[in-house]
Ligand binder design. Structure first.
Ligand SMILES: [Zn+2]
Length: 105
């Protein structure tokens, strides 16, 4: 198989510029995804293994709606007995969102 070298530019020619048109489009701002997570078995007692609603922080830590930071390596996405504080806070936020949109009752 012949080696094919095409990488040396001729004298006097500028190297190809980077493709200027291909400006990456920034992703649109999104609502942070809410995960349903709880501690893995054995990390905490079974009674503490309620399912929290959690979002990612910029530091790659999950924070629950009820304000508890979670190490992602210690939790699993799951369903189960929900955290009542998370539920109340989520409900209140949903209501506030509706009020901001001008929806009544
Ligand atoms: Zn919670």
């Amino acid at each position: 198989m012949p080696a094919f070298h095409d990488c040396h530019s001729e004298p006097g020619t500028a190297p190809l510029p980077e493709v200027i048109d291909a400006v990456p489009v920034p992703p649109p701002p999104e609502e942070p995804a809410v995960l349903n997570v709880r501690y893995r078995a054995g990390i905490v007692g079974e009674r503490a293994r309620v399912v929290h609603a959690a979002t990612w922080t910029p530091r790659d830590v999950l924070i629950t709606l009820c304000g508890m930071p979670l190490d992602p390596s210690l939790v699993e996405e799951s369903t189960g007995m929900p955290c009542m504080r998370c539920i109340r806070i989520a409900a209140r936020r949903a209501r506030e969102d509706d009020e901001q949109r001008g929806l009544e009752g």
